[in-house]
Design a protein around this ligand. Structure first.
Ligand code: MN
Length: 717
């Protein structure tokens, strides 16, 4: 077990006496707070605090971080409060400890949501002060080291979270050593069978590999010595988790992992890195597709090295990594290395550090996401460490996660380019935006001003940046479409009742509707939005009443009769195709036409075209102007969701709505709104607004609904 003196010994060289005193004080404070507490492993709780602080000292952290490491669990697990902690140790320490503290248990949510919320909280706190994550990572390493004593379900959960979130974050921050430790500790618990399988594959090879590695090491060392290149060579067998990832990624068998053995050559300068590489390539053949120059093209986490795989005379393959001492330090410690140089202003360095900028941007993107699980899901996707490197036509390198499409590339260049992307040229050949990119591709994005982002693009987009922008754009579009449609519904409702609402009565009217519907309505646009999205339904009886307070006006010339001849002219030219996203076309709210059923178009007064179903009662016997009606067909490429309104009559017994909902869900329909009315004990009706794909979809839903024996009739509205 680590003792406080071990930590103080490590720190004594670099810390002043007052700094050492702070650590002593933190130790005493933590010891008192955790007094009597025992961990699951049976060890006194304080041993955990000491282990965490010790790791932080090993990482070269400052006094504040080590002190916070000693105290990191006092808020979560003891009676100590944040103000007390702040009073004793100051703002900084208290802030760090608060950062790593999980959300309290009193929150009303499921354990899973609470866990997700806690992780989210820590990650957001980390972007304010990176030291939060160092403490959390050290905490996690020790928890994994002692994971055996927890119940199996918890083991898996903690281990999985480590592989999904914490190890990738460590990787992104360039902390290779910590990342490797987290992965190897967690992997055994996440998939113990697979772990055993890999071990049983690797174990028998160890001895043989060891001999081979020693041999090649000697050969390389001799080569370097002959050419006066200083070289420090070490070797190892690939880590179980690296093997696992490789098997997963390349879908290969154990026997096909040919770079099980790896050597690392550390030299003194960049020049000598390339010189060493040249010598090795001269002496042994290498696999060209396995050669990677991360010196000229560092990874986003700033990792630099040359990677190559050679084949020896005995037909054995070895991966060789070549780097300088500085690069090596960077690969091992990453961003944590900033803390080693105490005289430097860490905050200033950090501001410039691409790795933290990257992480902060990423987290910012999701901060608004209310659902913590979605937050983590998005983060997970973006933390995927496998990367590809592609180029703009001008030669700029763009780094994308493996699996990214040309569309992701477009959004990575600029949001506007993403939104208007119409196609791509990959290596000078036309290609679809769906195309999955690979390293080395030169990608050019073609744009068109009036191209429209579609929901289906979400299936193509892989990066959360692209997904985020697409979703945001679709939501904006939907909102403005809802307002336009809502306006029309409102006008139709007023004119069908021959009413007008005077301007001065609008605020009162809005608050009345707001009261009746619980919808927050600040202005007419809000009302239109709710009407357009179907969240407020004017045919609702309670709402119907509001019109009785409106003032009747003599029915003047209906708005629709103001014919725009030029538009009407166009309509005679024949059939018009329907495009869903075109602003001048709207689906009639009165009949909600659905793709596939017969339709007609109606020119509205200068506003564009309203599409009605041929069965629509306004079309059949309404006061419409025949001259402005024309035939239409559906654009077959049109995708999206349509709304169908159904009225069902039947025996009103508890649970009928649930039965109906189940049938609809089973057939992939989506209920937007349901309204149950009861007439007598036996009779009732259900009004539904559904989201469906096309008329065939609706018909199959109707026929299934009719099979429910309590339902006597189903009618489309
Ligand atoms: Mn802890």
């Amino acid at each position: 077990m680590i003792r406080i003196d071990d930590i103080l010994d490590k720190a004594s060289g670099s810390f002043s006496e007052s700094e050492i005193n702070l650590l002593k004080k933190a130790y005493v404070f933590a010891a008192q707070a955790h007094q009597g507490q025992v961990r699951r492993s049976g060890e006194p709780y304080l041993s955990h605090s000491l282990e965490v602080a010790n790791m932080l000292a090993d990482m070269g952290m400052d006094k504040t971080t080590i002190a916070a490491g000693l105290l990191h669990d006092v808020l979560e697990d003891t009676r100590v409060t944040a103000p007390e902690l702040q009073k004793a140790f100051g703002k900084e320490v208290a802030h760090l400890v608060e950062g790593v503290t999980k959300l309290s248990r009193v929150q009303e949510s499921s354990p899973e949501t609470r866990q997700a919320e806690s992780v989210r909280k820590i990650i957001i706190a980390m972007t304010d002060d990176l030291r939060v994550i160092f403490i959390k990572l050290a905490d996690r390493i020790h928890n994994l080291q002692t994971l055996k004593s927890l119940p199996q379900s918890k083991q898996k959960k903690i281990a999985k979270e480590t592989l999904d979130i914490y190890a990738p974050i460590a990787n992104r921050l360039g902390m290779g050593r910590i990342k490797a430790e987290l992965e190897d500790l967690a992997f055994q618990y996440v998939d113990s069978d697979y772990y055993e399988k890999i071990e049983s594959f690797v174990q028998p090879k160890r001895k043989e590999s060891d001999v081979d590695l020693k041999k090649i090491k000697r050969a390389i060392a001799r080569e370097m010595k002959d050419n006066n290149i200083p070289a420090e060579i070490s070797f190892r067998i690939k880590r179980p988790y690296s093997i696992y990832k490789k098997l997963q990624r390349q879908k290969i068998e154990f026997t096909q992992v040919y770079d099980l053995m790896a050597l690392r050559l550390i030299t003194d300068s960049v020049k000598n890195c390339y010189a060493a590489l040249g010598m090795i390539h001269q002496k042994w053949p290498h696999l060209p597709h396995r050669f990677r120059d991360f010196i000229a093209m560092p990874k986003p986490n700033l990792y630099q090295a040359l990677h190559t795989t050679i084949i020896t005379e005995q037909k054995k393959m070895f991966e060789i990594q070549i780097r300088t001492r500085d690069m090596h330090d960077l690969a091992e410690n990453g961003i944590a290395a900033h803390w080693k140089y105490k005289e430097a202003d860490q905050q200033a360095i950090l501001k410039e550090d691409q790795r933290i900028i990257w992480l902060r941007e990423l987290v910012d993107l999701y901060k608004e996401q209310k659902n913590p699980r979605e937050f983590l899901q998005s983060l997970k996707t973006d933390l995927i460490p496998e990367e590809i490197y592609v180029f703009t036509p001008k030669g700029q390198v763009i780094t994308l996660p493996l699996g990214a499409s040309a569309l992701d590339f477009a959004y990575c260049i600029h949001t506007e380019i993403g939104l208007h992307a119409s196609g791509a040229k990959i290596n000078n050949r036309h290609a679809s935006l769906k195309t999955i990119l690979k390293t080395g591709d030169i990608v050019e994005i073609l744009t068109t001003a009036d191209i429209h982002t579609e929901r289906t693009w979400l299936n193509i987009a892989f990066t959360s940046r692209a997904r985020h922008h697409i979703t945001r754009w679709l939501n904006q579009q939907r909102k403005s479409r809802d307002v336009t449609i809502g306006k029309q519904i409102w006008k139709e409702a007023l004119s069908s009742r021959g009413q007008a609402i005077p301007r001065q009565k609008i605020p009162a009217l809005l608050s009345k509707i707001s009261r009746l519907t619980n919808a927050p309505l600040q202005g007419m646009d809000d009302l239109f939005g709710f009407l357009g999205s179907g969240k407020i339904d004017l045919t609702n009886k309670r709402l119907d009443k509001i019109f009785s307070s409106g003032e009747s006006v003599s029915r003047g010339k209906p708005l629709l009769e103001k014919v725009v001849s030029s538009v009407a002219q166009k309509s005679k030219s024949g059939q018009i195709k329907l495009a869903s996203e075109k602003g001048n076309m709207k689906l009639g709210k009165c009949c909600s036409p659905i793709k596939g059923e017969p339709i007609v178009g109606y020119m509205t007064g200068g506003k564009g075209i309203t599409i009605h179903a041929q069965r629509c009662r306004y079309i059949r016997n309404g006061p419409l102007d025949r001259h402005r009606l024309f035939d239409m067909t559906w654009d077959q490429s049109l995708k999206g969701h349509f709304r169908g309104k159904l009225l069902m009559r039947g025996k009103n017994y508890p649970g009928l709505l649930a039965k109906v909902t189940a049938v609809i869900a089973e057939l992939g329909g989506n209920i937007i709104k349901a309204n149950v009315e009861t007439f007598t004990d036996q009779e009732g009706q259900i009004r539904l607004i559904l989201e469906i794909k096309n008329i065939g979809h609706l018909q199959s839903i109707i026929s299934r609904l009719l099979q429910i024996k309590e339902i006597t009739s189903v009618e489309r509205l």
